[in-house]
Write a protein that binds this ligand. Structure first.
Ligand code: ACO
Length: 327
């Protein structure tokens, strides 16, 4: 058995029912719809009430198998990109595997924050090759609301919850679907964006520092990092693919801030018409943002079979990941 290439067979997404508008946040903290809209492009976000990262990811995985000619038993690999798992163990992916009855699948989580989905595409591709396996589910899923300090207006207005994913098939039929990629990690800048800090309450620990699970971000530093590194990463991936930015049909970028997307479009000298946005509806959903947007674009037939798309994510780590593919 030898497979040679990869294809996205199905896309799906899931989000909590509860919608929180900017105006509602303005009743809870010193902020306004005008500030949030102008600085970020966000108008509202979905916030989990009963939903968890694993429940939304399970919904996505169920939709993915239902859309295909496969059953859960045909899935070989399940990977979930998340920075907000239900537990440190079991992994979200193992919970999904159990929930859908994918008895033959191995499962693991990926933590690369907002770059997690593209890092996941890379890893799933390599594992399908190495293991000579055929069918994988990759999901980006987040419940970022549980990592927010709701008294900190500088971060509480930015993030939202949701999940999105793809069913990937390793196939000898479709040639050249996953065309090129560029992954970067700048760990020396990691302290500009932290969340989920864990302390050590053990009686043997000598350094009992206070710790906080909440987001802390130097927004300006992350902004500068993104507008420099994302265009560089996209250009490097395009160069490897022997393509120009003009030849890309659609740029599916991480939805962190409308202004960042506009700056990246400007740097690449490509019309904003090729940079769809849904941050107004979802806020920043980290690893879930690109697969949720991808699913919307596929369902709206804005992305069609044969289109060249550039997926690019950036964020905590700090990390960047770009993948050029033929849909
Ligand atoms: N409402 C009203 N005022 C606010 C708010 C708010 N929600 N938040 C901050 N302000 C105030 C600040 O206190 C400051 O006031 P001051 O001038 O009196 O001190 C003023 O607004 C400007 O604050 P800045 O932080 O300088 O605002 P900036 O224009 O940089 O926008 C933002 C902030 C939106 C966070 C921007 O820096 C940004 O988008 N950065 C990138 C974030 C990002 O991309 N993260 C992605 C990774 S996320 C991940 O990996 C999980």
């Amino acid at each position: 058995m030898k497979f040679e290439d990869f294809k996205i067979m199905a896309t799906a997404s899931s989000a909590p029912d509860h919608v929180v508008t900017n105006d509602e946040l303005a009743t809870m903290m010193d902020t306004s719809d005008e500030w949030i809209t102008q600085r970020t492009g966000i108008k509202r976000r979905r916030i989990a009430t009963e939903e968890t990262t694993s429940s939304m990811c399970t919904d996505v995985a169920t939709q993915l198998t239902a859309q295909s000619d496969l059953t859960a038993k045909d899935i070989d690999l399940i990977a979930v990109a998340t920075m907000s798992p239900d537990y440190l163990t079991p992994s979200v992916s193992a919970m999904v595997q159990g929930n859908i009855g994918a008895d033959h699948a191995i499962a693991f989580d990926i933590d690369a924050a907002c770059s997690g989905f593209v890092y996941g595409l890379h890893l799933v591709k390599q594992m399908l090759i190495a293991n000579q396996q055929k069918n994988a589910i990759l999901i980006g899923g987040e419940t970022l609301s549980k990592l927010l300090d709701w008294s900190d207006r500088s971060t509480a207005v930015l993030f939202g919850d949701g999940a999105g994913g793809v069913l990937i098939r390793n196939t000898a039929v479709d040639k050249g679907s996953f065309i090129s990629e560029d992954l970067r990690t700048l760990g020396n800048l990691g302290q500009y964006l932290t969340a989920g800090q864990t302390g050590n309450p053990s009686p043997f620990a000598t350094d009992q520092q206070p710790f906080s699970p909440f987001f802390k971000m130097n927004g300006r530093r992350v902004y500068s990092f993104a507008v420099k590194n994302v265009p560089e990463s996209i250009n490097d991936a395009l160069k490897q693919a022997n393509l120009t930015a003009d030849e890309v049909d659609c740029f599916v970028l991480h939805q962190a801030n409308r202004r960042i997307v506009e700056r990246i479009a400007d740097e690449l000298a490509v019309s904003m018409a090729k940079f769809p946005i849904n941050i107004d509806e979802y806020g920043n959903t980290a690893a879930a943002s690109e697969p949720i947007l991808l699913d919307q674009l596929v369902k709206q037939k804005i992305i069609k079979r044969g289109d060249v798309i550039a997926l690019s994510g950036f964020g905590g780590g700090l990390t960047v990941g770009t993948m050029i593919m033929k849909y």
